[in-house]
Design a protein around this ligand. Structure first.
Ligand SMILES: Cc1cc2nc3c(=O)[nH]c(=O)nc-3n(C[C@H](O)[C@H](O)[C@H](O)COP(=O)(O)OP(=O)(O)OC[C@H]3O[C@@H](n4cnc5c(N)ncnc54)[C@H](O)[C@@H]3O)c2cc1C
Length: 238
């Protein structure tokens, strides 16, 4: 689809963890969008301000788009999204971006996300695991997802359920600053990657989404373990 200016109405806007809002937009004009999982929209906030947010919804859901915003930067973009009310009309340009899954590759897939970096990756996972389009059951799909603490378990339940349902999907959550009663893994996403077999790493394509520090840290780690640079794809949010 050529880059198009969409008008859309806010359908829902909910705070889903300590500081993340999940905003759903019903398309008004055009009524449908065609995008590839991992792509984003650029929202027109005012005449001089635009901000970019990945779609966190599946491309198969083509009349309603979803975005997750971390409101902690408290800048124009995150505050604007945080304060949108049901019925507000917005404009955005889409589809944009090249962070998309190579569906032709036979390699397994390791997604690594931190914070709202999960947006683009949630869309990719929904797309890949969909029974209708891109039902890619032969490839093993792993999600390594790092968040700060128990109050930031963004979509954890959804991924846990998916891991129970789909034999080719594994979910590895990790908390960087867990509180006292956390029974799961603690530390950086790199700690999880260390536990995976070298053979699995080398036979995978990596899709990383989040902040600069995480992306550079994971790239360095997996390149050091023999993964080729052409098998690492990333989208840096900040
Ligand atoms: C391709 C792309 C896709 C993106 N998708 C998303 C998305 O799905 N969800 C989302 O929440 N953000 C996403 N972002 C980041 C988003 O575009 C804005 O940069 C962010 O919301 C801050 O904008 P702002 O106007 O509130 O703050 P600004 O005033 O523009 O920036 C304030 C400061 O916050 C820093 N910053 C930006 N994001 C964060 C963060 N998450 N945590 C801490 N500091 C941050 C910036 O580097 C800057 O120094 C994406 C960025 C890119 C490039």
């Amino acid at each position: 689809m050529a880059i198009t200016k969409f008008r859309a109405e806010v359908w829902e806007n909910n705070l889903i963890d300590g500081n993340v809002h999940w905003v759903k937009f019903k398309l008004l004009e055009p009524l449908e969008i065609v995008f590839q999982a991992g792509q984003y929209g650029t929202y027109i906030i005012n005449d001089s301000t635009r901000r970019t947010y990945s779609f966190c919804s599946s491309p198969q859901q083509n009349t309603l788009t979803e975005t997750c915003v971390d409101t902690s930067p408290e800048g124009l973009g995150s505050q604007w999204l945080e304060n949108l009310k049901k019925g507000d009309v917005v404009e955005f340009l889409a589809p944009l971006g090249h962070f998309v899954v190579d569906k032709e590759s036979p390699k397994d897939i390791i997604f690594v996300a931190t914070g709202t970096g999960i947006s683009a990756i949630r869309s990719m996972i929904a797309d890949l695991l969909s029974g209708e389009i891109g039902g890619d059951r032969e490839r093993k799909i792993s999600l390594v997802f790092g968040v700060r603490d128990e109050d930031h378990q963004l979509f954890f339940e959804e991924f846990e359920n998916l891991a129970k349902e789909k034999t080719n999907f594994s979910f590895y959550p990790i908390l960087s600053q867990p509180k006292k009663n956390w029974q799961g893994k603690a530390g950086r996403v790199n700690n999880i990657l260390k536990t995976l077999k070298a053979e699995q790493l080398i036979n995978s394509k990596f899709y990383l989404c989040g902040n600069h520090e995480m992306i550079e840290g994971v790239k360095k780690q997996v390149l050091g373990l023999g993964v080729k640079i052409e098998d690492i794809h990333w989208e840096q949010f900040y």
